[in-house]
Design a protein around this ligand. Structure first.
Ligand code: KG4
Ligand code: ZN
Length: 350
């Protein structure tokens, strides 16, 4: 296949203002956004499928793909309209190519390739996790690397060192479940609707921290996490009570679980800050919306003379503005260059 996009990409690197049209479809949100110079969101359109998947208690991949397909074209039109620009003014097309659900990713990737070809604009392949980090660049206009990042989403839990916009190093990660997954499973056993994280967050506020849930001690000396033990402990607790016909308070379970998990995240992040001497920690991913995590991490960082940054709530969960933001830095640094043979990748390295 003819490699025509790379030349365009290289020509753009030194252009003063860059307008990027970004597409995100890795899970159950179809999103298109127009972002100027990595920080200024000209439009941010999201079509959430949460109500559809709630009926099934989680995301059904085939249904997600079909709904992305039905939504994407209109979202593109709407994103241009709200940004008040014509397709000609776009400098490059950015798209999440992984990690995520294969069928869901393919919808975004193929739409982006079609646009890139028809508009003759360079294509930028974006790693979804990098996008989540960049959601903070939109919210905190002066934020610059280096900093630590706590990545907490439905698929990832990790502490990263971000030494530059496109330089990431993993310092620790979960050895089993992602923290968002644990929130969702605990919510499910408590018969709360999908997605469970926000439901646990709400319910915990009226509960007491009176049940002793713990996380594994074996990772204590590392920056790694394990959440499958506490998830199973909560499930067993509920099943046990149900079998014995004993009453239990859902709010107390939510509160006790959330306290334990947020303590663990806070203590490992503050340790990483002390180890690396980095004073800023930036939170990324859906669980970053958790109110208890926000409180504890802000207090924990302050205690050691640091500061915790969170994205504005609407940029915590999946959106395309964050993809447009990181794509700008990819472009400036000369990475992420893609051609029309780009394909989706369900799993990718950091
Ligand atoms: O980053 P995200 O939107 O999608 C992935 O890339 O995975 O994260 C989704 C996760 C879900 O597990 C959801 O339950 C969780 O973020 N979440 C929360 C809250 N809001 C969303 N977890 C705890 N508290 C919240 N307020
Ligand atoms: Zn995400």
């Amino acid at each position: 296949m003819k490699k025509y996009l790379a030349t365009e990409f290289n020509n753009l690197r030194s252009k003063q203002d860059l307008i990027i049209l970004a597409i995100e479809s890795s899970c159950d949100e179809t999103a298109v956004s127009v972002v100027k110079n990595g920080r200024e969101v000209l439009s941010n359109i999201i079509s959430s499928q949460i109500d559809i998947h709630r009926r099934f208690g989680g995301v059904v991949p085939e249904i997600a793909s079909r709904n992305h397909l039905m939504a994407i074209s209109n979202l593109y039109e709407e994103a241009l309209k709200q940004a008040n620009i014509s397709p000609k003014s776009i400098d490059a097309i950015a798209v999440t190519y992984g990690a995520g659900l294969m069928g869901a990713l393919l919808v975004g990737v193929n739409f982006a390739k079609g646009l890139s070809y028809s508009l003759q604009k360079p294509l930028i392949a974006v790693n979804h996790v990098h996008g989540h980090i960049a959601s903070n660049y939109i919210t905190h206009k002066d934020l610059k690397p280096p900093f630590l990042c706590l990545m907490v989403s439905g698929g990832h839990t990790a502490i990263l060192k971000v030494s530059d916009y496109t330089k990431f190093k993993m310092l620790g990660s979960t050895v089993d479940d992602a923290v968002g997954e644990a929130f969702d499973k605990v919510a499910r056993v408590l018969s709360l609707p999908y997605p469970g994280g926000p439901e646990i967050d709400k319910l915990a506020k009226s509960g007491r921290n009176n049940i002793k849930f713990t996380v594994s001690n074996s990772l204590k000396s590392t920056l790694n996490f394990s959440f499958s033990g506490i998830k199973t402990a909560v499930i067993n607790y509920v099943h046990n009570k149900t079998q014995k016909n004993e009453k239990f308070e859902k709010a107390d379970i939510a509160r006790s679980f959330e306290e334990c998990v947020t303590d663990e995240l806070t203590s490992k992040v503050t340790r990483a800050m002390e180890m690396t001497k980095l004073k800023k920690v930036v939170v990324a991913g859906g669980v970053g919306a958790n109110s208890m995590l926000q409180e504890k991490l802000k207090a924990g960082a302050k205690k050691i003379g640091g500061e915790a940054y969170f994205p504005e709530l609407k940029y915590c969960t999946d959106n395309a503005a964050m993809i447009g933001s990181i794509a700008y830095y990819y472009l400036r640094k000369g990475t992420g260059k893609a051609e029309l043979d780009l394909t989706a990748r369900p799993t990718i390295e950091l």
